[in-house]
Write a protein that binds this ligand. Structure first.
Ligand SMILES: [Zn+2]
Length: 155
């Protein structure tokens, strides 16, 4: 997961636009809408399917906003906002990451399982399972995500 986010933030994720740049694929339509090119920013933020996922998640994010911001900056802004110390939003930061992760899994499922009929609400199931991993038996979050630690790198 950490690796996934690092790749996303640094534009190194193997979406098909990236693969095409490396001449591995020639055509790269978005696996959700089929209209636009599958760039990271489109897939995780601007696609109409993705927008519906963000909007109907517990976070209720309007991912179109702000327009013309690339995915790396957009996720950094949100994580920074959700992880501020004086608020109780760490759980939402984890949910934010979980939603990104589930969009990626849904995308892979759509590409590699040709019989799969796209259902955006499947992401919520994935996110719920993801959140469970961060909770103890009474539902409290186990991990305190601290932005300061991240800036110091992995120890
Ligand atoms: Zn799309």
């Amino acid at each position: 997961m950490k690796m996934f986010y690092w790749k996303l933030a640094n534009g190194a994720l193997a979406t098909r636009v990236n693969l095409r740049k490396r001449k591995i694929l020639s055509e790269t339509p978005c696996p959700f809408c089929g209209d636009e090119e599958e760039s990271n920013t489109h897939l995780f933020k601007d696609c109409e399917v993705t927008m519906r996922i963000w909007k109907s998640s517990n976070l209720g994010i309007n991912s179109k906003n702000p327009a013309n911001m690339d995915i790396s900056q957009w996720t950094k802004n949100w994580l920074w906002f959700l992880m501020q110390d004086d608020s109780n939003l760490e759980g939402q930061a984890i949910e934010f990451l979980g939603t990104l992760w589930s969009i990626w899994l849904l995308r892979n499922k759509r590409i590699f399982n040709t019989s799969y009929h796209l259902n955006p609400s499947d992401t919520f199931e994935i996110t719920r399972n993801w959140l469970k991993r961060w909770q103890d038996s009474s539902g409290n979050l186990i991990l305190n995500v601290s932005p300061k630690k991240d800036t110091m790198g992995d120890l």
